[in-house]
Design a protein around this ligand. Structure first.
Ligand SMILES: *Cc1c(COP(=O)(O)O)cnc(C)c1O
Length: 356
């Protein structure tokens, strides 16, 4: 159990309007959680304080060597007023897997969840209620040693901030257009692709800009060695429905193990679908498309939940999927996941955790 010292703000901000569609990631709540780490002491000084700038030495290692990890999950307001988290234990476990890969000290799972719950409770008025909205929770850890030289830092800060959000893609649950990148790569096996680290995102920017310039909203990455096997989309895992079978890339070491991915696999299996986690080459996808067997394509992630893909562009080939409409499986997954997250549907897998 953390002993969290609480200092409330004396100048609460104005809450967003009830009808505000809430652009993703632009508004932050009144408070933040912070805790420090020092080698020999461990994590200490857990506190909730007013949301504010942090002060770091310009020599802080995170600025130079990128030793940083982050997480993302959401809190939802149920009809009965309860605030629900979705599978926070999975984020706690993944935090520690990321930490181990990035040589960052781990955080006990129960402390991670306690910190989130206490912070969300204090800013509970910020959990929005409009359809499709939620309170996005962003925990992260940064290396703070004032030191130039490559080694793991001996001091860190663990911080949690909160942001009321609407749809991640302005398109909402409408299909997105995706660019399949066969030049730049995001990660390779043995690298940090399976950790949730800022470094993976900076590696993705160049291709993201290229895709945008071509009129596509996201990049689908191929594997870094052969440029042949499908990996994942920007901040989502990817699924294909081919001839009735649900197929998704296996967790090969360079792919982020998504909580939504895991939930989608569980749901699809419970509905009787055959689900395959395996290598999928882009040639296989194109062949399935040409034979008319590529029935649905969708991305999965906390931010967008389910994001149907309406178009894939690979080299000079354009694959149009489902006439630009959201497929029935994508729709059913979206409705089921958001139904469970909002406490509207029976939580048969015990995925939700009540904050208050
Ligand atoms: C966070 C993330 C995902 C999705 O993971 P969820 O736990 O489902 O939100 C997928 N890919 C990348 C690269 C990510 O950073």
């Amino acid at each position: 159990m953390l002993d969290i010292k609480i200092t409330k703000t004396t100048a609460p901000k104005k809450l967003p309007d009830k009808d505000d569609p809430l652009t993703f990631g632009t508004i932050f709540t009144d408070h933040m959680f912070m805790m420090d780490y020092k080698e020999g002491i461990g994590w200490y000084d857990a506190r909730i304080i007013p949301y504010q700038p942090i002060s770091l030495e310009p020599s802080a290692m995170v600025f130079h060597y990128g030793q940083e990890m982050f997480e993302g999950l959401k809190a939802y307001k149920a009809k009965d007023g309860r605030i629900l988290l979705f599978r926070p234990d999975m984020n706690a476990k993944r935090t520690n897997r990321s930490c181990r890969r990035l040589c960052i000290p781990e955080i006990p799972e129960e402390d991670f969840i306690q910190a989130i719950k206490e912070l969300v409770k204090i800013d509970s008025a910020w959990v929005p209620t409009r359809e499709g909205t939620s309170l996005y929770i962003r925990p992260f850890i940064i290396a703070t040693d004032p030191f130039l030289g490559v080694r793991p830092s001996k001091t860190y800060k663990f911080i949690i901030i909160l942001s009321p959000v609407g749809a991640y893609y302005p398109e909402g649950i409408n299909p997105v257009k995706i660019w399949i990148e066969d030049d730049y790569v995001r990660a390779v096996k043995g690298g940090i692709g399976e950790a949730k680290a800022g470094g993976n995102y900076v590696a993705s920017l160049k291709a993201q800009i290229k895709a945008h310039d071509e009129g596509y909203s996201q990049v689908l990455w191929l594997d870094g060695v052969h440029r042949k096997y499908v990996e994942e989309v920007g901040s989502m895992n990817i699924f294909f429905k081919i001839d009735g079978v649900v197929v998704t890339p296996e967790l090969s070491g360079s792919i982020l193990p998504g909580v939504t991915r895991d939930s989608v696999i569980t749901l699809c299996k419970s509905w009787g679908y055959k689900v395959e986690e395996r290598l999928i080459s882009i040639d296989e996808i194109y062949e399935a498309y040409q034979k008319g067997k590529l029935e649905e394509v969708f991305g999965t992630g906390t931010a967008a939940v389910i994001s149907p893909v309406g178009q894939l562009r690979w080299k000079d080939h354009i694959m149009r999927i489902g006439d630009g409409n959201t497929g029935p499986l994508s729709r059913k997954l979206y409705d089921s996941l958001t139904g469970i997250q909002l406490g509207k549907l029976k939580d048969i897998f015990n995925w939700t955790v009540v904050v208050e």
